[in-house]
Design a protein. Structure first.
Length: 502
């Protein structure tokens, strides 16, 4: 999306909010619970591989498929990733933690309970920073195992237990979000934090990030929350926003009619873009939590936390602010360059290789945001695997800076380099695009064009500015577009003034 259309969209949203009649009557209160699968090699309590997309029930053992009498052994790597996630969100790590059993019966949970954390989660507090700078508080983060997956096809139901026992963290946010759009911003920021911290791919299509949302409305200024409704299993950011928008309208209409909101759990139906009741409060689950007897309580030491802290990179919102301040980039450019850590790394390496100034930062940023990201898209390659590395991009930018290549020529050189892996200098030479910036080489060409443009010269002396452009165009034709345009103007004016004096 271009900067303009993006701005257009942002303006549109702001206007829509200004005229939003629901916002005039009610305050929207949203809290999100996000499940993130941790990118460990193995599952949380057994040695089975943690991998998406394997044939059903090929990554299982007696522990994760819930046989009786087995002994779960916690995966230290999962806790390590959980701590990194918590640190990246400024949470307080808890010294004393334990696992609990959360009981419910479902075909994808053969042992009849899930090992989770109830009253002693491993992290409390912390927050998620929105792009506006507003921070949405977190209540807690706990570690738990994923359930399997039910598949319904051809009139049959199947259970795949490959996902059973995959480590999850559940990030429970405070009800401090005030619109569906803010909820979207929250999820984007949270996802970026998890990816920067290296704890999860957060690929919603593969289910490695999933979201439940709570929403209620209340009169402005009210101190009590309204009755909340929970919307379960939202598996894309788009669905989160659509479900919350629908639910907000539905609840406002109920309240307008003086009807009570029922505390219930609802599901979002993609086809109708509506939510419908899944279960009411009366049917609410009683999980009968109790401490997991097979796993002793565990501790997180300060030494362990301090050993992990240096592994965290600069956070995405800190980096964005630094790009604006240090590199002098606009808000939009800084946002695009920090969407993924590897884009930010690529930009920064190329910028540092080119030179320290903000002008050089701007030139580099433009190239990364257009040609480099486009190439990565076209080739389906991460930036680290591109045939053009940051140092090579810097060399190309230097050719532009030194007037050896026009912007247009540089784009052709970039394409050529992407195919051949040549250096910018060699590609420029091979394509015959080297810009002529040597006055001694250009002057005879300009001279020849003036001699062959009797009418244009006459017009120029009569004060017709367009005549100059015509002669300039002649020089560009003669040099097949390779002449340095600034230099051509300079020489043209000088030679013409010499003529006038004669
Ligand atoms: Zn297993």
């Amino acid at each position: 999306m271009s900067t303009d259309s993006k701005n257009e969209k942002v303006r549109g949203n702001i206007e829509a909010q200004d005229q939003d009649p629901i916002a005039e009557r009610y305050e929207t209160v949203i809290g999100l619970e996000v499940h993130v699968q941790l990118g460990t090699r193995t599952k949380l309590f057994c040695g089975c591989e943690n991998r998406f997309g394997a044939p059903p029930n090929t990554l299982t053992c007696p522990i994760c498929s819930g046989h009786p009498g087995v002994l779960p052994v916690p995966n230290r790597e999962a806790l390590r990733l959980g701590i990194l996630a918590a640190l990246s969100l400024d949470c307080d790590l808890q010294e004393h933690c334990k696992f609990d059993r959360k009981h419910y019966y479902y075909p994808d949970l053969p042992k009849g309970y899930q090992i989770s954390q109830f009253d002693l989660p491993f992290a409390l507090n912390g927050g998620v920073r929105l792009s506006s700078g507003k921070v949405i508080g977190l209540e807690r983060i706990h570690l738990e195992e994923d359930a399997g997956k039910n598949l319904h096809a051809d009139g049959h139901s199947h259970v795949d237990l490959n996902r059973a026992g995959v480590p999850l963290i559940e990030i429970v946010g405070m009800p401090e979000i005030r619109s569906p759009e803010e909820a979207h911003d929250y999820l984007e920021s949270l996802k970026r934090s998890m990816r920067y911290a290296g704890v999860s791919e957060c690929d919603m299509e593969k289910g490695s990030l999933r979201c439940d949302a709570n929403i209620s409305l209340r009169q402005h200024g009210a101190s009590e929350f309204g009755t909340k409704v929970e919307i379960k299993n939202l598996n894309s950011f788009k669905k989160v926003v659509a479900a919350l928008q629908y639910e907000r309208k539905r609840q406002a209409a109920c309240l307008d009619r003086g009807e009570p909101i029922h505390q219930e759990t609802r599901l979002f139906d993609d086809a109708s873009q509506q939510t419908r009741v899944m279960r009411t409060k009366e049917e609410a689950m009683d999980y009968r939590f109790f401490p997991e007897p097979d796993i002793p309580p565990f501790e997180i030491s300060t030494t362990e936390i301090e050993a992990l802290r240096p592994l965290l990179p600069e956070r995405h919102w800190e980096r964005r602010a630094r790009f604006m301040q240090e590199a002098g980039l606009g808000e939009y450019d800084s946002m695009v360059l920090t969407l993924e850590q590897e884009t930010a790394d690529y930009f920064e390496a190329a910028w540092k290789a080119l030179g320290p100034s903000q002008e050089e930062a701007k030139l580099t940023a433009n190239w990364v945001m257009t040609e480099v990201l486009r190439l990565s898209n076209e080739k389906g390659l991460p930036l680290s695997k591109l045939p053009i590395d940051p140092g090579t991009l810097a060399s190309l930018c230097r050719l532009i800076q030194e007037g050896k290549a026009s912007n247009q020529a540089a784009r052709k050189v970039f394409k050529h380099m992407a195919e051949t892996g040549d250096s910018p200098e060699k590609a420029l030479e091979e394509l015959g695009l080297a810009q002529i910036s040597d006055p001694a080489e250009l002057e005879p060409i300009v001279q020849k064009v003036i001699e062959n443009s009797k009418k244009a010269v006459k017009d120029y002396f009569k004060g017709k500015k367009k005549a100059l452009d015509a002669m300039k165009g002649g020089v560009m034709r003669e040099t097949r577009g390779r002449a340095n345009p600034g230099l051509v103007s300079e020489i043209l004016l000088r030679l013409l003034e010499n003529l006038r004096e004669k």
